[in-house]
Design a protein around this ligand. Sequence first.
Ligand code: MG
Length: 180
Amino acid sequence: MRFAIDIDSTLHPYWDQLAEIAKRRYGVDLPYDTQSTWAIDALAPEQLKAVVDETHSPEHVLTAEPYPGAVEAIARWHEQGHFIHITSHRALETHGQTAEWLEQIGLPHDELYCSYDKITRCVELQIDVLIDDSPDNLRRAVEVGITAATLEHPWNRDLPDVISAPDWPTLAHRLESCLK
Ligand SMILES: [Mg+2]
């Protein structure tokens, strides 16, 4: 099996970092529980870009704490011989700190891809399963025949044909049962 796995809001609680930086820089509250769409209207586009860029600074990338059970599940799949492609919507310049973080948390993988077109790369790599929280990526994965899976967040509830779970151990179990 060939897995593609997103980082932000998939491997670690990214929203906490985003909300903290938005509050500090612009005094804007971004409550997680009511973030029911992918759009962040409370910030102007250039403000949002500045906040997202800061979340991908070495300081923030290297202090991210993975969700419980994420590293264990992926390490088990890697050990079983599955291909692990880590894919993140972030600038190429962030590759260094991202690779360092994966090393630091002990997450084995075959390829790390920091770019802005995940699905194209997934198709090139003949990925079977994409785990990602973005509704758009999940929808596009389903359209090209890739199994789509996500941790449940307020912005990706009720998507058709997507395997979801509230935490990593449950998600891994659901994926393993339906991929047999
Ligand atoms: Mg994400």
